[in-house]
Design a protein around this ligand. Structure first.
Ligand code: UT7
Length: 324
């Protein structure tokens, strides 16, 4: 028994912020952003919450599927920008799409969140606990971005991507998943408040502790090697090699990281899906957004081998091999 991705969906907020727009906000320029990150624009959720983005991506999935919301048995939302600390964003999504027969919860594995969530849904399906699941990566990073810090505000964007996983007897779907975490590096990327360590306070707001802090350079250095090695682990389990991969969908954090991984494993050019130019880094949402884009563009086709890999705070890294 396997869990197969039978539909993909996405949603991007209407407002677009270009690099030139950012030049008016912080001391940056279009050329630096494009050269150092590959980003040309990002979408910004002005009056929408993460669950609104997530629900629209889930509705897009359902519109492309034979199932209706009442058939859905599990909803997982991977996010670092929940609507509120309590209850889970997945509950708001459930209510918005009317999937009242599903159980629902959130997970936080930062930018690796989607692959982590996929692995959980896969385990529930393969064990026979559920027949299907909607897995969503959704973020409104603009709401935890310090718009005075040019080292972070040029990188992030908002959006949501989703997939429907269904039980199948075919040799298709998720062939392998590998997850890693290393809590020795929690200082590389964080949002210090509000939380039990630093509750909401005027001081936390004044110090900017409610925004993303990132040691970009150090994170960058660890990314390429980790993504390449976890990808090899996942391919080994699936009994495959990089030459068997039709498409690689990497977490879209920096085009130089994606290209570096692609060079290292011999998947350069067309076979590496790139959406960072238009979506920027949307954390848990980048992989499902890129996946839906690649499917809609007619790139990924039935039977293709798709390698997913990601790297995120602080630190998590993961990979999955999927036969479409
Ligand atoms: O999403 C999962 C986890 N996150 C990541 O994987 C992110 C990984 N890191 C990165 O993508 C890159 O480190 C960044 C894009 C964040 C930064 O790029 P970089 O090439 O590592 O830049 P840097 O921090 O080494 O800075 C180089 C220079 C500095 O100037 P000096 O000191 O050389 O004069 C910065 O002050 O670029 C300057 N700089 C900028 N200049 C224009 C930094 N940010 C900007 C900016 N515009 N936005």
């Amino acid at each position: 028994m396997r869990a197969k991705i039978t539909a993909t969906g996405s949603y991007l907020p209407r407002k677009v912020l270009s690099n030139v727009d950012l030049e008016k906000i912080v001391d940056t320029n279009d050329e630096w952003i494009k050269q150092r990150t590959g980003i040309e624009m990002r979408h910004i959720a002005e009056n929408e919450s993460t669950s609104e983005l997530a629900a629209k991506a889930a509705e897009d999935v359902l519109n492309k599927s034979a199932l209706s919301s009442s058939n859905i048995e599990l909803i997982i939302v991977a996010t670092v920008t929940p609507d509120q600390p309590l209850p889970a964003t997945a509950l708001f999504v459930q209510n918005k799409i009317g999937a009242y027969n599903a159980f629902a919860f959130d997970i936080n594995a930062a930018c690796s969140g989607f692959v982590y969530a996929l692995s959980i849904a896969n385990a529930y399906i393969v064990s026979g606990m559920v027949k299907n699941a909607i897995v969503i990566g959704a973020e409104t990073l603009s709401k935890i971005t310090d718009w005075t810090d040019r080292s972070t505000c040029v990188i992030f964007g908002d959006g949501a991507g989703a997939v429907l996983l269904e039980r199948t007897e075919e040799d298709k779907g998720i062939l392998s998943v590998v997850l890693h975490a290393d809590g020795r590096y929690t200082d590389l990327m964080m949002v210090p408040a509000p939380g039990s360590k630093m509750p909401c306070s005027k001081k936390a707001i004044e110090n900017g502790d409610i925004y993303i802090k990132m040691k970009g350079n150090e994170t960058f250095k660890m990314a390429i090697r980790s993504i390449a090695s976890v990808s090899k682990e996942a391919l080994d389990i699936a009994g495959m090699d990089f030459k068997d991969v039709d498409w690689m969908i990497s977490h879209q954090a920096n085009k130089r990281i994606i290209d570096g991984v692609a060079r290292r494993v011999g998947l350069e050019g067309e076979r590496s899906i790139i959406t960072i130019d238009k979506h920027a880094n949307t954390a848990a949402a980048t992989i499902p957004l890129a996946m839906d884009w690649a499917v809609e563009m007619g790139k990924i086709k039935e039977g293709d081998i798709v390698l997913l890999n990601s790297f995120g705070a602080s630190l998590t890294w993961s990979a999955a091999v999927v036969r479409w």
